[in-house]
Each structure stands twice: as C-alpha cells, then as structure tokens.
Design a protein around this ligand. Structure first.
Ligand SMILES: CSC[C@H]1O[C@@H](n2cnc3c(O)ncnc32)[C@H](O)[C@@H]1O
Ligand SMILES: [Zn+2]
Length: 434
C-alpha cells in the first residue's frame, strides 16, 4: 500500500522560489509536512511507498503569505466604505465590533480561511477579538495562522484584561496543530495603546518569547497627532517605549520618513505592505521600495475584508508590482520577481518564520499552491513568473496543500464545510444592527 505520508507531486512547471523557476516537467516530494526534494525533470529516486499525484497541467508555487489582516472582519465586508480610516474605525467598525460574539468570530474566520485558501494563501496573520475562536477556526481549516489577541488600551481594565487574555491565549494555543498555530502579541496601534501599556506589552513579549504585530504610521493624521502628543513620529515613539527591542511586524508604514526607515532597519522591524487597504481608506501609498532598499523585510497583506474588500493576495501581488512603477515612474521599481518574493519568502520572514519558509526547497513546509496552466492566464508563457504576477488570478488556483495536507482539491475546499459557513455567516450578520 502507498505510504500517504510521502507524496510526490509531478507538475508541468515549478516556482521553487522567486529566483528559481522551472518551466517544464518538475516535481515536489514531501514527507509528512516537510519538503524532502524538488527540482526539474522526473524524480529519479526510489518510488517505493510514494503517493504520486500527477498534475502535468499545473504549475506548483509556494503558498502566499498574508502578512496583515483581521480574519473575522469578513463579517463586515462592505459595511463601511468610502470613508477615511478614523471615521471607518470609530464610527463604523468599533460599533459593529461591540456586537461580536465568540460564535461570530469562529464563522467569520472560517469564511476568511475559505476565501484565503481558494485564492492561494496558506499562511496568514490575525489580530482580533475572541481569538480562541479564530484559532479554532484556523485549526479546523488546515491553514497556518500567526495570531494575536488585539489589544486596545483605552482603560486600565482593558489593558489588564488584554495582558491576561494574551497569556492564556499563548498557554492554550501556541504551536497547536503541529505548529500551524503560532501566537504573537497584538497591541493595536500607538494611538490606542498608551506608552506604559506598550512597555508592558514589550515586557510580556520578552517573558513569553513572542513576537509583536502592530499598526504603525498608517495615516498622515496618525503621524501629526503623534508629533503633537509625543513630539516624535509613531516609529520613534514606539522605539522609545522599548517595542523594537523585540521582533516586531509593523503593518502599513505609509507615512514614514528617512529617519523612521533608518530606525526600522536598525532594529530589523518587518513591514506589512497593504496597498489595497491603504488606497481604499485614502491613507496613501507606503514607500515599499525605499523600505526594501534600506534592507527592511517587506511582506504583503490584505488587511481585513472590511477595508479591502476581499482577501485575495493575487490582487495585492499584482498591485504591489504595478503601483510603485507608477509612483516612481520607473518600470523596474518592483519587478515580478521582487513582488513574488514579497508575497512568499519575504512575507514568511516578516511573520517570523524560519529561513526557507515561503519556498519549495528541501526543509521548507509543504505549503504548496497549484495553478492551472491550461487557463488563458498561462497561454502563452514566455516567462512563467511574469504570468503568475501580471496575468494570473485567484481563479487559476486549483489545489492547495498546507503542511503537506490537501486543503483545496480541484478548486473545492476539502477541510471546510462551505455550505455551513455561508449559512452561519448570513444568519449571524442578519442579527447585527447598523
Ligand atoms: C484590536 S483588534 C484589531 C482592531 O483593528 C481594527 N482595524 C482593522 N484594520 C485596521 C487598520 O487598517 N488600521 C487600524 N485599525 C484597523 C479592527 O477594526 C479592530 O478593531
Ligand atoms: Zn489592520
């Protein structure tokens, strides 16, 4: 009988990494959750006990990494459009979020996992409420989640509760699902977390050995207010609260100056670039090229579905490659290869994964996405990677594996009950008042 734990995937093309593309017969072999071998041509090792999956009309690529989001905000998709961030947050989202329940977050997160899986995302970050439910939904979906309790520090009671919830979230969930669930700390932003609270979060991060994710320098208003209140930029302010003594993923970084970029580079602060959300909220465009040129690891993200309004990383990948060409009037600003790197290996580094993650090379997680080479997006293929970045879309995704396990097969999610998700989300959302 075939050993189901060693899988040989035979494909018609292989993107092992942004720099290593094979347009022709190739293979990926994984053992359990880890890639054992990959390369061009026909696998010439011993085939005894291998489960062979032959998909010669597909190209295999590493799963996309969504470095910033709020999964259960799928519940609020299109519930607050065409307003700027502060209005969106305080007048639209906060009142809706008051009505959240544990059950709502479970089904909202399952909906996000469904949407992300079928569009080729295998790993995502989350910062939200009722995070035990987000973790449970993620675990059930089979995806990989880098999750944090969203911390708002408006009152001392909220701060105490947030610290306690983060502690118990780590105790209950960190490294569950063979490491698919990873807990981080999630102070929302410097404008919702006072300095003493950010210092406490920094200490907790060191004590629990957990990285931190935070929104930083998203709008011009945030930066102006930071100068008014603290006499410095949000980046300098959180640095002075000690945050950058710990591994930090900073979401947005739209309004950063040269000094901010220097501080981020010096402290190896990683950035999540969310071009669609920043455009939709009218926040601006992050200087992703300057950040990368300074040596900062930049990943791509969607942000929540209420500010995007979808979780499709193929759109972010394409937009990141196009946007900076236009802004800088330089067609070489972000190449297809650089955009792909941001959406995969750099994204994985941004969310604190070990080197090699986000590639299909030996030792990496078997997080694999297949795209249909028979679709128009791949005809013809002068440059396979260019087809993926500039022509492909989520509709080209046919199969998705996370940690070697099938999540989507022939376009159909196999770990999630989509009929149930659809029904539950419609039922739950029907009870919200707006
Ligand atoms: C405390 S849980 C997370 C919190 O963040 C809000 N949120 C979602 N997207 C953004 C964004 O782009 N900037 C700032 N805050 C955001 C979400 O509504 C939750 O309240
Ligand atoms: Zn966000």
């Amino acid at each position: 009988m075939a050993n189901e734990h060693r899988v040989l995937l035979e494909v018609g093309g292989l993107i092992r990494s942004a720099a290593d593309v094979i347009d022709g017969p190739s293979y990926v072999l994984w053992n359990g959750s880890t890639i054992e071998a990959s390369g061009g041509g026909v696998y010439d090792g011993d085939r005894t006990g291998l489960h062979v999956v032959r998909k010669m009309s597909s190209v295999a690529m590493p799963g996309l990494v969504n470095t910033h989001g709020h999964a259960a905000m799928t519940l609020f998709r299109s519930a607050g459009d065409d307003v700027p961030l502060q209005t969106w947050l305080t007048e639209k989202m906060f009142p809706l979020e008051q009505q959240l329940t544990a059950e709502a977050v479970y089904w909202g997160t399952q909906l996000a996992c469904w949407e992300m899986a079928v569009s080729g995302t295998t790993c995502f970050t989350d910062m939200y409420f009722y995070m035990e439910e987000s973790a449970r939904a993620t675990l059930d979906s089979g995806l990989r989640g880098i999750l944090s309790v969203g911390l708002l520090g408006f009152t001392e009671e909220m701060q105490k509760q947030g610290i306690a919830d983060s502690r118990s979230f780590k105790a209950g969930w960190h490294q569950r699902g063979d490491g698919r669930i990873q807990v981080t700390l999630g102070p929302h932003a410097p404008y919702t977390c006072p300095p003493a609270f950010l210092e406490q979060v920094t200490d907790l991060s060191a004590e629990l050995d957990l990285p931190i994710q935070i929104h930083l320098s998203e709008t011009a208003y945030e930066v102006e207010e930071s100068h008014r209140q603290h006499g410095k930029s949000p980046i300098a302010h959180v640095r002075d609260c000690g945050l950058f003594t710990r591994p930090v993923l900073a979401a947005h970084c739209v309004h950063v100056n040269a000094e901010d970029i220097k501080i981020m580079a010096e402290h190896d602060v990683r950035a999540a670039h969310n071009p669609q959300s920043n455009l939709k909220l009218g926040s601006g465009i992050a200087p992703a090229v300057a950040l990368r040129n300074a040596g900062i690891t930049v990943g791509l993200g969607t942000d929540g579905a209420a500010s995007n309004n979808n979780l499709d990383m193929f759109e972010e990948l394409r937009l990141a490659a196009l946007l900076h060409k236009g802004v800088l009037q330089d067609a070489t600003a972000v190449t297809a290869s650089e955009a792909f790197q941001m959406a995969t290996a750099d994204g994985a580094r941004a969310v604190f994964q070990p080197a090699g993650t986000g590639t299909l090379t030996p030792g990496a997680n078997a997080d694999v996405v297949l795209l249909n080479l028979d679709n128009p997006s791949f005809i013809p293929t002068y440059n396979l990677l260019s087809n993926v970045v500039y022509a492909a879309s989520a509709s080209d995704v046919t199969d998705v594996y996370v940690a070697g396990q099938p999540i989507v097969v022939n376009g159909e999610p196999v770990t999630m009950d989509t009929e149930q998700i659809r029904w539950q989300v419609r039922r739950i959302v029907g009870k919200f008042s707006r």
